[in-house]
Design a protein around this ligand. Structure first.
Ligand SMILES: [Zn+2]
Length: 90
């Protein structure tokens, strides 16, 4: 005698449809700016573009530590180092 176990499917048809739609949406985003490609590649003048300049303080802190850590001859495998920043609100 063979036992047959039936389970609820992990994903519903609705889940699958939404995941596919998300995949299509993400595929249409610009890898550079993250906006929909039809927006950021629209002809010049279609949108007013105001630029902003901000500093990612976590990346800045890591870059400063890295600059003080590495010289030309130490840590030859430094490209393999995984740096990160832990942010704790004061
Ligand atoms: Zn873009």
């Amino acid at each position: 005698m063979r036992a047959v176990t039936t389970r609820e499917p992990l994903y519903t048809e609705q889940d699958r449809a939404e995941l596919l739609a998300l995949d299509v949406y993400r595929a249409g985003l610009c890898p550079l700016c993250g906006r929909p490609r039809e927006v950021c590649t629209a002809p010049e003048g279609t949108y007013q573009i105001d630029t902003v300049w901000e500093v990612c303080q976590a990346t800045r802190a890591v870059a400063e530590i890295q600059a003080g850590t590495y010289t030309d001859d130490n840590y030859p495998h430094r490209r393999a180092h995984l740096w990160g920043a832990r942010l704790t609100r004061r």
